[in-house]
Design a protein around this ligand. Structure first.
Ligand code: RP5
Length: 167
């Protein structure tokens, strides 16, 4: 278990049922050498813990919080209400939900003054949340900037190779 005092990124999800998708986020962070704090905290089922986590996150050394939830996904917003750290929201498609539109709107439609940087639904959003977190950290970390440049170059090369294979 990584201490909250040493990890710069926290990946928080509303339920253990979100882990399958959020594993992609954790692995993407790992590809940049970042092992996040991972927590299951619910805005609705454990609201006191959610508030306490967000209130203490900055002093625990966390610099970016990724918050993922499905259905009426208030987790990212609830954390954003209690911290000045940047919050990246990942809306998830829940088997009991309405195809993800519920979580998407609940995450993205924050009132003025309390922003949540909302990603795409599901797996794509989970990966992009990790990359955006790295981009934020890279503003003050040259090594991460270098890794991001390499990541983009590798991504470009991979697409060009697939295109070439068709010709
Ligand atoms: C949300 O409700 C969670 O983030 C999850 O996506 C959804 C369903 O949760 P479970 O009933 O599977 O625990 O709070």
């Amino acid at each position: 278990m990584v201490s909250e005092k040493t990890a710069p990124v926290a990946v928080v999800m509303g339920s253990d049922s979100d882990m399958d998708v959020m594993q992609g986020c954790i692995e993407q962070l790992g590809s940049f050498g970042i092992t996040p704090v991972v927590r299951i905290i619910s805005a609705h089922r454990t609201p006191r813990i959610a508030a306490e986590f967000a209130e203490n996150a900055a002093q625990n050394g966390i610099r970016v919080i990724i918050a993922a939830a499905g259905m009426a996904a208030h987790l990212a917003g609830a954390l954003a209400a209690k911290t000045t750290l940047p919050i990246i929201g990942v809306p998830l498609v829940s088997s009991s939900g309405v195809g993800g539109i519920d979580a998407l709107l609940s995450t993205v439609q924050m009132p003025p003054g309390v922003p949540v940087a909302t990603m795409a639904l599901g797996k794509a959003g989970a990966k992009n949340a990790a990359i955006l977190a790295v981009q934020i950290l890279a503003l003050s970390d040259e090594e991460l900037r270098r890794k991001l440049t390499e990541f983009k170059a590798a991504q470009e090369k991979s697409v060009i190779e697939k295109d070439s294979a068709l010709r």
